[in-house]
Design a protein around this ligand. Sequence first.
Ligand code: NAP
Length: 274
Amino acid sequence: MTAIPSITLNDGVEIPQLGFGVWQVPPADVKVATQIAIEVGYRHIDTAEMYGNEVGVGEAVRESGLDRSEIFVTSKLNNGFHDPAQAMVAFEQSLSDLNIGYLDLFLIHWPMPLNGDFVATWKALEAMKATGKVRSIGVSNFLIHHLERVLAESDTVPSVNQIEVHPYLTQEPLRAFNTEHSIVTEAWSPLASGKIIGDAAISAIADRIGKSVAQVTLRWHLQRGDIIFPKSVTRSRIQENIEIFDFELAEADMLAISALNRDERTGPNPDDIN
Ligand SMILES: NC(=O)c1ccc[n+]([C@@H]2O[C@H](COP(=O)([O-])OP(=O)(O)OC[C@H]3O[C@@H](n4cnc5c(N)ncnc54)[C@H](OP(=O)(O)O)[C@@H]3O)[C@@H](O)[C@H]2O)c1
């Protein structure tokens, strides 16, 4: 089975650098997809209350036969629950739906700056961590000016910032800011939600080294040091996406892929979502 490297977060918690994402996996399918992922060697699952599929993820984890400590599970606070009291209720709901005892990582899903105070919400996550029911806390979709407020106005540096990153949106300034502040970048939609698969430049590299476009793209993320969790409901692709630890991209290929950046989001700008 493939050895997946771990990254140590700023609170000492270790997280596998490759995980399995379940956004847009229907609740009826998520248990089987997660079971396939665990069977082929994934040990990190990225879900969210917003995805509506925590129950099935929890079933797959519980029935895996693995010790709970062997699987890293992330969930996220849904957008309508930023008020600190409601955030605690939503956290307990995620714990109850997953039913796996504790969470490894809990994130504020979006900063929602037009709709309340994300620093107050962040302090609610600090209180969640103090309960011992979550090992690590972080944020998602935070821009530099959001992070600056969290860093200035609270006691805890987020362990991760989960943001959209792929070859068409390389996010250099935000990734550099994360690194400067000991915040690990998690790259969501690492395949640009599948759009990258038709890319001619990556395809040429993939053909030359005998790998798929998905494998080359995921390897590019790994060599940049980001955490990734590609999504697939297709067994062969779930398997393909974990087979990225037996080759290395040359520096010239890394640079060529980074040069594809066109600051193109597949999702919304975090300042606009309300
Ligand atoms: N924090 C946030 O706001 C946020 C937002 C978006 C996503 N995320 C996280 O990031 C995860 C991944 O992002 P994502 O789901 O948008 O997209 P992604 O992983 O970038 O791409 C998934 C798409 O690519 C296809 N695909 C996967 N592997 C492939 C392969 N080897 N060859 C060809 N096609 C392949 C999948 O198809 P099939 O499934 O049909 O095989 C699916 O259509 C999510 O599941 C979620 O955990 C977080």
